[in-house]
Design a protein around this ligand. Sequence first.
Ligand SMILES: *[C@@H]1O[C@H](CO)[C@@H](O)[C@H](O)[C@H]1NC(C)=O
Ligand SMILES: *[C@@H]1O[C@H](CO)[C@@H](O)[C@H](O)[C@H]1NC(C)=O
Ligand SMILES: *[C@@H]1O[C@H](CO)[C@@H](O)[C@H](O)[C@H]1NC(C)=O
Ligand SMILES: *[C@@H]1O[C@H](CO)[C@@H](O)[C@H](O)[C@H]1NC(C)=O
Ligand SMILES: *[C@@H]1O[C@H](CO)[C@@H](O)[C@H](O)[C@H]1NC(C)=O
Ligand SMILES: *[C@@H]1O[C@H](CO)[C@@H](O)[C@H](O)[C@H]1NC(C)=O
Ligand SMILES: *[C@@H]1O[C@H](CO)[C@@H](O)[C@H](O)[C@H]1NC(C)=O
Ligand SMILES: *[C@@H]1O[C@H](CO)[C@@H](O)[C@H](O)[C@H]1NC(C)=O
Ligand SMILES: *[C@@H]1O[C@H](CO)[C@@H](O)[C@H](O)[C@H]1NC(C)=O
Ligand SMILES: *[C@@H]1O[C@H](CO)[C@@H](O)[C@H](O)[C@H]1NC(C)=O
Length: 772
Amino acid sequence: MKLDVLTLAIALFAPLAFADDLDSGNGTRWASSPLVGGKSWSDAFAKASALVANMTLEEKVNLTTGIDGRCAGNLGGVPRLGIEPFCLEDGPAGVRPVHGVSQFPVGLATAATWDKDLIYKRSLHMGQEFYDQGVHIALAPVTGGPLGRAVRMGRNWEGWWSDPYATGVASYLSVKGLQDSGVAVTAKTYYIGYEQETFRNAFGLTTIPGQRSVSANFDDKTAHEIYLWSFAESVRAGIAHVMCSYNEVNQTQACHNAYTQNHLLKTELAFQGSIISDWGGQHDNVAAAFGSMDMSMPGQAFGGALGTMWGEALVDLVRNGTIPEERVTNMVIRILTPWAWLGQDEKKLPEVVFNAVGLRTFSEGYRDVRKEETAKVIRKIGSDGATLLKNTGVLPLQNPQRIAVLGNDATDNVLGTNGGDCSVDNLNGTMSMGGGSGYAYAPYVVTPLDALKKRAIETGAEISAITLNTGVQTAAQSLLPTADVTLVFLHAWASEFYDRPSIELDQYMNELVATAVNYSSNVVVVMHIPGVVDIERWIDNENVTAVIAAWYPGQEAGNGLVDVLYGDVNPSGKLPFTWAHSVDDYVPGTLVEDPVEAPQANFTEGVLLDHRWFDENDITPRYEFGFGLSYTTFNYSDIVIAESAAHADELSIQETAEPFEEFDGSNSLYDVLFTVSASVANTGKVAGSEVSQLYVSIPEDSEPPKVLRGFEKVKNLSPGESATATFELRRKDLSVWDVVNQQWRIPEGEFVIHVGASSRNLPLTATWSKSS
Ligand SMILES: *[C@@H]1O[C@H](CO)[C@@H](O)[C@H](O)[C@H]1NC(C)=O
Ligand SMILES: *[C@@H]1O[C@H](CO)[C@@H](O)[C@H](O)[C@H]1NC(C)=O
Ligand SMILES: *[C@@H]1O[C@H](CO)[C@@H](O)[C@H](O)[C@H]1NC(C)=O
Ligand SMILES: *[C@@H]1O[C@H](CO)[C@@H](O)[C@H](O)[C@H]1NC(C)=O
Ligand SMILES: *[C@@H]1O[C@H](CO)[C@@H](O)[C@H](O)[C@H]1NC(C)=O
Ligand SMILES: *[C@@H]1O[C@H](CO)[C@@H](O)[C@H](O)[C@H]1NC(C)=O
Ligand SMILES: *[C@@H]1O[C@H](CO)[C@@H](O)[C@H](O)[C@H]1NC(C)=O
Ligand SMILES: *[C@@H]1O[C@H](CO)[C@@H](O)[C@H](O)[C@H]1NC(C)=O
Ligand SMILES: *[C@@H]1O[C@H](CO)[C@@H](O)[C@H](O)[C@H]1NC(C)=O
Ligand SMILES: *[C@@H]1O[C@H](CO)[C@@H](O)[C@H](O)[C@H]1NC(C)=O
C-alpha cells in the first residue's frame, strides 16, 4: 500500500475539518441519506434506518466489509437481527464464474442491435439467473466506463456505445431489467473515468515498483456531458450500488475521491445507495471512509492479496475517534435501503450452492437455473446485432450447393468449451466472448459450423471446413475453387488486464483472408471481435463479397449468425462506435503506456468522444458511427416537431438533484420538451427493421457539430410499408453543462435536429429554439 500526498492530507485533516460540518464536497462531510427525490425508497429507507439504529458497531462493520465465503464478495450479515450474509457475484454478461447459467451476448453485441426491448430482456433474463443462484448483489451492468475513449481498451466489449447518450439508455434499461428480477445491481466498470487497463492497479500488480494507478484527468464539462451522464441514468433507474474504480481521478484514488463520490454522485445525482470498492480499489481505511465509500471489497478476504481493509480496523478507527460512528451508520443505511426496497429482507434468496473464488469456480454444488426462453433471447440478440458492413449482393445466401469454411473460429475450441474451464484462455475456437472478470461460462457454444451443417443438410448442400491452425493454404487450394461460396471466420481477442496491443488482426487471420481471396471469388468474411480491427488490406478486394461483424455473441453464436446469412433474419445491426481507416484517425494518445511512477491520462479531447471527434476534425471513417447495411432499403421523410407532446418525466424511479437553469420547484431535467417524428419506408423487396437515429446540433461553441440524442428501431416493415419513428427530447438532451453557474442550461439560438440512418447519412432536418 502506498499513500499519495492528497490521500495523506485527507487522512490527516479530515477529522478536524469534519467538525465544521460543511458539505463542501471534498470529504469534510459526506452526503448522508437525505432522500432528496428518493421517494420510491422512503419506506425502505425507514426500515433500514430502524434496523441500523439497533446495531452494535461490530454489527454495522460486518455489513461494510467483505470476508471469505463462497461468492466473489461476501458480507457476514447480522445473525442477531436475522440479516443473512450477502453474496456478490460478477456479471456483466452472465453469472460468473458459475456453471448452470447462460452465456449472454456481451454489451457491445447488444448495443449493435440498438433495440431497447432486447436490452431490457437480456437484463431481465440475466437477473433471473443471478437471483436463482442466490446472488444478492450482481456486479453488473456496465453503465459507462469504459465508454470506449481508447479503441484498444481491453474491456470496451463489456460496455455499450462509444457515446454517453446511448450508453445512458442502456444503463437505464439494464438496471431496470436486472432489478425487476429481484437482484440488486452495481453500476460499474467503473466510477469514474475508467478508460484503460494498462496501469489501472497499484498494489504491485504492475511491473513498476511503487507505481500509482493511472489518473484520469478530465474537466467539469466533460465529467457532466460525457462520463457522468450514464451514471445519472442508472440512478434514475433506481440503481442499488455503484462500484468505484481502480484508477485515480485528478490524482486522487477514485474510491477515496470525495469530489466525485460525495459531491457528484451522492449530492448532485442524489444517489441513495452504496459505493462498493472494486476488488483492490481501496488503498486506505480512513481516506475511503471520508471519501464516501461505503463497502470494502474484498475487505478482509483473499488473504490480504488485495489489501486487508476495514473490518476490525474500522471498529478501532471509530473507537479512537478518527472516524465518526455516524459515517459507518450512514454506510449501512445505504447498503440496507436498496436491499429492503427489493424485498430481499423478507423473501429469502435460494441457497448458494456454487463455490466461486477469483477467476474460477470450484465445483461443489451445481444448480442449473436456465430457462428455455433465455436461449431464444440470446439468439435474437446475436442475429439482430450482427452488423453487415459490405455486401455486393451475395447475401442472403441463395442456397449454395457447395460451401467452403475457413478458420478455427468456425468450430469448437480444441481446448474445450470455455478454454478448458479457464476464462482467460478462450482463444482456440468460436470466440463467443472476451476474457477476465467479464467472461461468463458457456453451457455450450453453438458454433457457426454446427449451425451451417444443420442448414446444409436441410438444403441438400455440401459443406467442407478447414479449421487447421497451420497449413491452411495447401488444403484450401483444392477445396476453394470448387466452392460456390467461401465463409472465412476471423476473431480478435480482448480481455480485462490488458489493452489490445494493436487493432491488427493476427497473422493467422490475415493469411486466412489472403488465401481465401486467392482461390475464391465469393468470400464472405465473418468476424467475432471486441471492437474495431484493421480490415484495410482486404476490404476493397473484389473477391470479398460480404463482411459481417458478429461481435461476441455468447452461447448461440452460430444460430444467430446463420439466421442472418440465409436471410431468415434481415440484418439490422449498426455500429456502436466509429470504424476508422486507421488507428491514427482516432484521438491520439488515449492510452497512457509510458512506464512512469504516476501515469497521467489527460482527457484533452474533452467532449469529443468517438464520432464527435471525427465530425469536429472532418475525418472520413471507413464506416461511420451508426452505420450498418440491410437486405432491403429505407427512405426517410416527413420530419415533424411536436411541442404539444411535451410531458413531465415519467421514468425516474429515483430523482436526481442535478441543478438546471429553468428549475421552478416542480419541473425536472428529464421532462420531455417536445417529440420529433419521421416516417421510415421500406423501399426494397424484403421485410426488414431499421435503426433510425436523431442527432442535435446545439448552438454553443464548446459543443461538437452534433450529438446523438435519440434512436428508435422501426421493426419488421414489409416491402412498401411505412412506420413512424418518434423520439422524445428531454430538457437535459438540449442542455449543456454551464461550468460557471454549475448547472444545466439550454443555450439560446437555433438547434438543428437531424434524423436518418447513421451519423453521416441524415437526410431530414428541422429546427427548434428555446424561445419558440
Ligand atoms: C474542504 O473545503 C472547505 C470549503 O471550501 C475548506 O474550508 C476545507 O479546508 C476543505 N478541506 C479539505 C480537507 O480539503
Ligand atoms: C430493536 O431492538 C428492540 C429491543 O431489542 C426491539 O424491541 C425492536 O423491535 C428492535 N427494532 C428493530 C427495527 O429491529
Ligand atoms: C459477522 O458475520 C459472521 C458471518 O456471518 C457472523 O458469524 C458473525 O456473528 C457476524 N458478527 C456480528 C457482530 O454480527
Ligand atoms: C479535475 O480538476 C479540474 C481542475 O481543478 C476540475 O475543474 C475538474 O472538475 C476535476 N474533475 C473531476 C472529475 O473531478
Ligand atoms: C486509531 O486506530 C487505527 C486502527 O487501529 C490506528 O491505525 C490509528 O493509529 C489509531 N489512531 C489514534 C489517533 O489512536
Ligand atoms: C490456441 O490459440 C493460441 C493463440 O492463437 C495458439 O498460440 C495456441 O497454439 C492454440 N492452441 C492449440 C492447442 O491449438
Ligand atoms: C496465391 O496463389 C498463388 C498461385 O497458386 C500462390 O503462389 C500463392 O502462394 C497464393 N497465396 C496465398 C496467400 O494463398
Ligand atoms: C479473385 O479470385 C480469382 C479466383 O476465383 C483469382 O483468379 C483472382 O486473382 C482473385 N482476385 C483478387 C483480387 O484476389
Ligand atoms: C497532463 O497534464 C498535466 C497538467 O496540465 C501536465 O503537467 C502533464 O504533463 C500532462 N501529462 C501528459 C502525459 O500529457
Ligand atoms: C424518399 O423521401 C424523400 C424525402 O426525404 C421524398 O422526397 C421521396 O419521395 C421519398 N421516396 C420514396 C421512394 O418514398
